[in-house]
Design a protein around this ligand. Structure first.
Ligand code: KG4
Ligand code: ZN
Length: 346
């Protein structure tokens, strides 16, 4: 008999519910919150309210699409953190109440571990086997930039991470400076396709080891545009595609350099990417190129599994269910940190 798990994700501004049967994904419903667009970023209070409104219809739609009865569910997995506390509270409270009603266990999932575990989701189009342990994963999202060595489903070691801004945040802030709507990452990606990545040069930070830094780049983009706008108020409009291509190129090159270095130093050639920024077309292309050059076995999630989704929570729930790792109803959400916190030691 298959193990059906309901996954709930509500850590930021997407309300999502998914159902898995063992490691096979049956449904993955995502409700995006348009309400933040006019503010140029996520407004936490509005996000919690939108989750409250969306959670029941999203869960109902996930159950319906999976063509199962809710009594077939074996457990409810939910994102415990990190994320916006008010948003996490909606998902975690719902998950606990729903599980209590069905008399089934709850399973907490760490958002960052779950982003990585998307590589184990099977769906009707899956042909490639999942990555073999140990593998390296570059997790790049709006809130995080991490280079992780994955030794087992829940044995993940942090090799490096950003010391300031995240990669997605840098895309979004650069877009905001250029007057593009939030979230700017996908728009920069789209506009960059028509632009010249060599048109403008932004310098890369020099950070030791496997850590990243993006705040210097963000400031240099801000000052560069401020100076150009003084000379020509139409500068951004006239150079939008070249600016997007140049900014995207430097962000991707910062990420790829560390990934290549980490593979060379660890000798690991199973290489994965995850998180919202892993939907970026240049990052995907550069990863494929580096993969060919360095004989890597490359793993790129489908775009719908890159950005926040509950499929990743349901699959995490499945692996924890197999280990009987259930959670207490007394567990409260956490806004910061993650289970990927132990420093790497060989
Ligand atoms: O994983 P995610 O959905 O949420 C967090 O956990 O943060 O990531 C969202 C981030 C945003 O910063 C968004 O701009 C970025 O992922 N993003 C992209 C692309 N698609 C989403 N950045 C660059 N290119 C894309 N195609
Ligand atoms: Zn995320």
């Amino acid at each position: 008999m298959k193990t059906h798990i309901l996954g709930i994700e509500s850590s930021c501004d997407d309300t999502s519910a998914a159902i898995t049967a063992d490691d096979l994904l049956l449904s993955n419903i995502i409700a995006n919150q348009e309400v933040h667009r006019i503010y140029g970023g996520v407004v936490p209070e509005l996000a919690s309210r939108a989750h409250q409104k969306n959670i029941i219809p999203v869960v109902e739609a996930a159950i319906q699409k999976a063509k199962i009865n809710k009594n077939q569910l074996k457990a409810v997995a939910y994102t415990r953190g990190p994320g916006l506390l008010g948003s996490l509270l909606v998902g975690s409270s719902f998950a606990k109440s729903f599980a209590l009603g069905l008399k089934i266990p709850v399973i907490e999932a760490d958002h960052l571990q779950s982003h990585i575990l998307v590589h184990f989701i099977k769906d009707e189009s899956t042909v490639k086997p999942p990555p073999a342990f140990p593998f390296l994963c570059l997790t790049v999202s709006g809130g995080h930039t991490q280079l992780v060595m994955v030794r087992d489903y829940f044995e993940m070691h942090l090799l490096g991470q950003t010391i300031d801004d995240a990669a997605g945040e840098t895309f979004d802030k650069a877009a905001k400076i250029m007057g593009l709507p939030y979230p700017g990452g996908p728009l920069i990606d789209q506009l960059a396709r028509e632009g010249n990545p060599e048109a403008f040069r932004f310098s890369k930070p020099r950070i030791a080891g496997f850590d990243f830094s993006f705040s210097g780049l963000k400031t240099s983009i801000l000052y560069f545009l401020r100076d150009r706008l003084k000379e020509d108020p139409g500068f951004i409009e006239k150079n939008k595609t070249d600016l997007c291509a140049s900014i995207q190129s430097v962000i991707v090159s910062i990420l790829m350099e560390k990934l290549i270095q980490a593979s060379a130093e660890t000798g690991i050639r199973e290489i994965a990417i995850a998180g919202g920024v892993s939907a970026n077309s240049l990052l995907r292309k550069e990863l494929m190129n580096a993969g060919e050059l360095n004989h890597w076995n490359v793993f790129i999630p489908k775009p719908e599994y890159s950005t926040d989704n509950a499929a990743m929570i349901a699959i995490t729930g499945y692996f924890k269910y197999l280990r009987k790792e259930f959670s207490s109803h007394r567990d409260t959400p956490y806004a910061r940190n993650s289970f990927i916190s132990s420093a790497y030691s060989s």
